[in-house]
Write a protein that binds this ligand. Structure first.
Ligand code: ADP
Length: 357
């Protein structure tokens, strides 16, 4: 059996059944062919899919004449996190040379946070909803590959993603917002996403460049990043042209330290930070209308000033935010007026002005 023939066959064997968009060739780490015996080493961080992958590989190889198949799994991340065909040296010298625009989108905004639980997804979804409410054509991309909450917050858990013949994904629409999330492609809500290295890189790249957002052009695409400053953020920064980043924080000191890291990271990948949103800033007691700063006096203004970045707005703690989000309705689109929806609409207005749309 010829090596190239086997590789070509592995490339054609997709793993759609487990909800991923890559092939056996993408997880191939080592291969030996001795006569009609084939040995494969496959990358799979979880043993959950070992049996499926083993059967799939055996079936594929036997269909092209292998008599004996031996399969081994590894969960070791690859030595380099570069894709399997390494880019030419010139590209490695300047990682930003390859930055591409996301097709059919006018303005791309990344929403980030230094740590989890500060309300980043809530802010991302509600900025998208506020822009929609103002009449723009909006998309929301949940790139939080490890903890996608977009489908819940947009009430889109049961929506189907369609793939066109040319491989482009058609985003479903929720509350008038075109949306895509890794959560929609996983077999069940409980499936943990534990991709690393090239596999993650490939999935993210498909998310960025292979979605058919619009027949014409979306006005805004909001990308909900995972928390922190990891692989996804760096890959995004090196491959896609992002028009601006919004950093979400809470007023606590610990969260603010991470804001500084976030600003530095965006500077390094040359993405302009358009502003900071402070979430869970205060609580207004419904009985007395008294304002309480539950997390203490905010220092967000100081940090914003220190870095010359605007504080785009402060969102209060409102139990309704969590309630509506769990119901799958962005609070901004709920009928009731609230402090938070006013703040989100105001933030959206500032973003529009800053990006001069
Ligand atoms: P992150 O994306 O930073 O992990 P989420 O947006 O998922 O955070 O928010 C975490 C939880 O806090 C969710 O249950 C959300 O509904 C709730 N939440 C976020 N912001 C507020 C707020 N301003 N008031 C009340 N609950 C909020």
């Amino acid at each position: 059996m010829a090596l190239q023939g086997v590789i070509d066959r592995l490339k054609k064997t997709t793993l759609e059944e487990i909800g991923v968009s890559f092939s056996l060739a993408d997880i191939l780490r080592d291969m030996r062919i001795e006569g009609s015996k084939v040995y494969l080493k496959l990358f799979s961080p979880s043993d959950k899919y070992h049996e499926f992958l083993k059967n799939k590989a055996e079936e594929t190889l036997k269909s092209i004449g292998a008599e004996e198949v031996e399969i081994e799994f590894t969960n070791e991340p690859p030595k380099s996190s570069a894709p399997q065909t390494p880019p030419p040296p010139q590209q490695q010298q300047n990682p930003f040379e390859n930055k591409r625009r996301i097709p059919k989108v006018k303005k791309v905004i990344a929403v980030a946070s230094g740590k989890g639980g500060v309300g980043k997804s809530t802010v991302a979804v509600n900025i998208a909803a506020a822009l929609k409410k103002k009449g723009y054509d909006v998309g929301y991309l949940d790139a939080d590959m490890y903890g996608p909450s977009g489908p819940t917050m947009l009430g889109a858990k049961d929506k189907q993603v369609l793939a066109r013949e040319d491989g482009k994904l058609i985003p479903p629409v929720a509350h008038g917002i075109k949306m895509m999330s890794i959560g929609l492609l996983l077999p069940s809500e409980d499936t943990p996403v534990i991709w690393r290295g090239p596999v993650l890189f490939k999935a993210l790249s498909q998310f960025l460049f292979d979605i058919e957002w619009s027949d014409e052009e979306l006005d805004f695409l909001i990308i909900d990043l995972p928390p922190g400053t990891g692989d996804v953020q760096i890959t995004l920064g090196q491959t896609a042209e992002i028009d601006g980043a919004v950093i979400v924080t809470t007023p606590q000191d610990v969260a603010l330290i991470d804001v500084k890291k976030g600003i530095q990271m965006f500077n390094e990948v040359m993405i302009p930070v358009i502003g900071i949103v402070e979430n869970m800033s205060y609580f207004v007691c419904p009985d007395s209308q008294k304002k309480y700063e539950i997390f203490g006096k905010s220092k967000t203004e100081e940090i914003a000033k220190e870095y010359g970045i605007d504080l785009l707005g402060k969102i209060p703690i409102e139990p309704k935010i969590a309630e509506f989000s769990d119901l799958g309705i962005p609070p901004v689109l709920a009928k009731e007026e609230s402090e938070s929806s006013k703040a989100f609409l105001d933030i959206a207005e500032k973003i529009i002005r800053k990006l001069s749309v």
